[in-house]
Design a protein around this ligand. Structure first.
Ligand SMILES: [Zn+2]
Length: 451
């Protein structure tokens, strides 16, 4: 055993490896979801918590709930996480099987290492290492549908709300800015998405004998989608920006602090001269504080099968939006739906399906007492103060648990931004484990919690 492994708590790598081997891909929705939930419930029980599986509403992936002894004189901290992961296949380009963890050069590679199975185990091991010294009542609430935008979470929060009553929620899903630079999020964007299909002729047609005359849904869809933006790139859907306030100077200053455009370009794989939609100085503001509308995927004409001279019979696109305060996911979906139907060219059957999961935009003040506690803990562990940032991403729980149960969430996950979350060769460093354990132990042993 290398010395890097030796200073991890006993059993950590074995447990993490066992959990990573269960392919809990929410999008595949197989038996592995139940297996992953069972594994976690058993592991939480072994740590001395009262654990149970909570059935998912309408047959969805189960939730895992566990609690320590709940004492009236202690504040209650809810730990949120998700055991589902993004899809991954070796042939996507992974150097090793995504569901057989492999340790190479101080990094553990597997789907779900950083997002977020290491992060699920950190608070659990921290608790065990502290023995009885934890100053909080702890509750764990783990879901299996985060990567598909938690379509049943709002129902589950209502169903199990009594069990989840807490003073604050800490999300183990997250990451830090650098090896010694913490990152506390002051907000996340919301999310909603839809799929649009245009149908032309019943079947694909020969482009020589029918082309230029028969309706071409691929051409029609491209024309339609191009109208979602003005030629200068502004979102053109009427009402999309209603209720959106310009970011305040204080928000802009916080978002921009310490931002490194060159590092951002490098992480994105963008060369220094590739043109962006905004000036470089505005990148963090655009990502964290402004809404966005994207085409995520297009499909028509059987592209993968080689060049065929056909008029496609059908074309579809997935379009999604990231939202900021003032925008409601369902209202945005309705506006997009209206606009697409009104502007779709004549002569096509149009079908629009909204994605079942959405996320509300979320905000948390830097002055929130629990956010300040998190900042203090990260300062202790890293030896310097964390950054405060606005994340462009979305986690459905935060807005929902705030709205439904009045609980605020602090994002307290580990791993670094280069960990290939959702991508090929996702990994964590062993140093992420040590740092995360130190931070969770410091957090859970903190004597006071402003209630
Ligand atoms: Zn994720």
């Amino acid at each position: 055993m290398s010395c890097a492994l030796r200073d991890l708590p006993e059993g950590f790598m074995e447990d993490l490896t066992a959990l990573l081997r269960i392919p809990t891909v929410a999008a595949w929705a197989g038996e592995s979801m139940e297996a992953g939930a069972q594994w976690l419930a058993a592991r939480l029980s072994r740590a001395g918590l009262a654990a149970q599986i909570l059935a998912g509403p309408r047959g969805s992936a189960p939730y895992v709930y566990a609690e320590t002894e709940q004492r009236g004189d202690r504040p209650t901290l809810l730990i949120y996480g998700h055991y589902d992961v993004q899809p991954a296949r070796r042939e996507d380009g992974w150097a090793s099987d995504p569901f057989i963890p492999e340790l190479r050069d101080g990094r553990l590679y597997a789907r779900g290492t950083m997002d977020q199975k290491m992060n699920l185990l950190l608070p659990l091991f921290a608790l065990e290492m502290m023995g009885g010294a934890c100053g909080f009542n702890i509750k764990f609430f783990l879901e299996g549908e985060e990567e598909i935008f938690s379509p049943h979470l709002a129902d589950a929060l209502q169903l199990y709300g009594d069990l989840l009553t807490s003073d604050v929620c800490f999300s183990s899903d997250g990451w830090q800015a650098g090896p010694q630079t913490g990152d506390l999020r002051l907000g996340l964007r919301g999310f909603c998405g839809l799929e649009i299909s245009l149908q032309g002729a019943e079947k694909e047609l020969h482009s020589g004998t029918f082309g230029g005359v028969a309706p071409n849904p691929a051409a029609a869809l491209v024309l339609l989608l191009s109208g979602l933006w003005t030629p200068s790139g502004k979102i053109a859907v009427p009402g999309f920006l209603d209720g959106v306030a310009a970011p305040s100077p204080a928000e802009v200053a916080l978002a921009s602090e310490g931002f490194d455009a060159a590092a951002w370009r490098q992480r994105a794989g963008l060369s220094p001269n590739q043109k962006l939609a905004v000036p470089e100085a505005e990148i963090p503001v655009a990502l964290g504080l402004r809404p966005a509308l994207e085409i995520n995927a297009l499909d028509a004409g059987g592209y993968a099968g080689g060049f065929r001279s056909v008029v496609p019979s059908r074309a579809s696109a997935r379009v999604s939006a990231r939202l900021v305060p003032g925008q409601q996911p369902n209202a945005i979906l309705a506006k997009l739906d209206d606009w697409l139907r009104e502007n779709a060219p004549q002569g096509y059957d149009i079908r629009i399906e909204t994605m079942p999961g959405t996320a509300q935009p979320y905000r948390l003040s830097a002055d929130d007492p629990m956010q300040r506690l998190a900042a203090q803990v990260l300062t202790e562990v890293d030896g310097r103060a964390p950054r405060f940032t606005y994340s462009g991403g979305s986690i459905p729980l935060f807005g929902q648990i705030d709205e439904l149960l009045g609980i605020k969430t602090i994002i307290f996950g580990f791993g670094l931004p280069d960990g290939n979350m959702h991508g090929v060769d996702e990994f964590i460093r062993l140093s992420d484990i040590r740092r995360g354990l130190a931070a969770w132990r410091a957090l859970l042993s903190h004597p006071t919690l402003p209630r």
